[in-house]
Design a protein around this ligand. Structure first.
Ligand code: E4P
Length: 217
């Protein structure tokens, strides 16, 4: 399973990248606003800065919601770097634009996926990735992990090339369950990536080994 980091914070991206396990980055308008990016040029420059750090796909989301607008914005984003993936919302014009982008060889990530029907539509349009939001599904008293399971089955049934990118991951168990089920990618905050490193018995065991090592020096 590929690991993407879900942030627009350059320091966090560098920290995850330095671990040597990072395969890509996802952003969204809320994450861009969180780090204070404002203005069209600043947004484009920020995506370029992310691409300079990470050798992997970087999702950059369009703001337009009409077909022509999505195409214009998406083509501009895709021209920034070969690793840019145009993130398009799951709406009718978005699906149409994904189809056009796929014919043009532009990579896409269909975002805001909350059920299997939406994911099938995006896959049929030729999306590179679909992003089911598992944390937000959990928030609505449904099971986000069940959706990942369903999508793995459906995509295998028909040999879709579209990759399942589990998004809105809130904790390490989400990530482990995605790996168990066979999601292609998990995108998560730095805290979740770092959380995977932790176990109290590791800390206790290491402290004991270091203490005993003193006896051998
Ligand atoms: C990433 O592609 C999504 O935009 C993101 O994971 C959403 O996460 P959230 O539900 O924590 O905002």
């Amino acid at each position: 399973m590929k690991f993407f980091i879900d942030t627009a914070d350059l320091d966090e991206i560098r920290e995850a990248n330095d671990l040597g396990i990072l395969d890509g980055v996802t952003t969204n308008p809320s994450l861009m606003a969180k780090v204070g990016i404002k203005g069209e040029n600043a947004i484009l420059e920020h995506y370029k800065a992310i691409c300079d750090i990470v050798d992997g796909d970087v999702s950059a989301e369009v703001i337009a919601t009409d077909y022509e607008g999505i195409l214009k914005e998406g083509r501009e984003l895709a021209a920034l770097n070969e690793n840019i993936v145009v993130k398009v919302p799951m709406i009718a014009d978005g699906v149409k634009a994904i189809k056009t982008f796929s014919m043009e060889g532009i990579k896409t990530n269909c975002t805001l996926i909350f059920n299997a029907g939406q994911a099938i539509m995006a896959a049929k349009a030729g999306a590179t990735y679909v992003s089911p939001f598992i944390g937000r599904i959990d928030d609505s008293s449904w099971d986000g992990i069940d959706l990942i399971d369903q999508l793995v089955t459906i995509f295998e049934n028909y040999g879709y090339d579209t990759q399942i990118l589990a998004a809105s991951i809130r904790h390490t168990m989400h990530l482990v369950q995605c790996a168990e089920i066979g999601a292609d990618v998990a995108t998560c905050p730095l805290s979740v990536i770092k959380g995977l490193l932790k176990h109290p018995l590791t800390d206790i065991g290491l402290a004991k080994f270091l203490e005993d090592a003193k006896k051998t020096r």
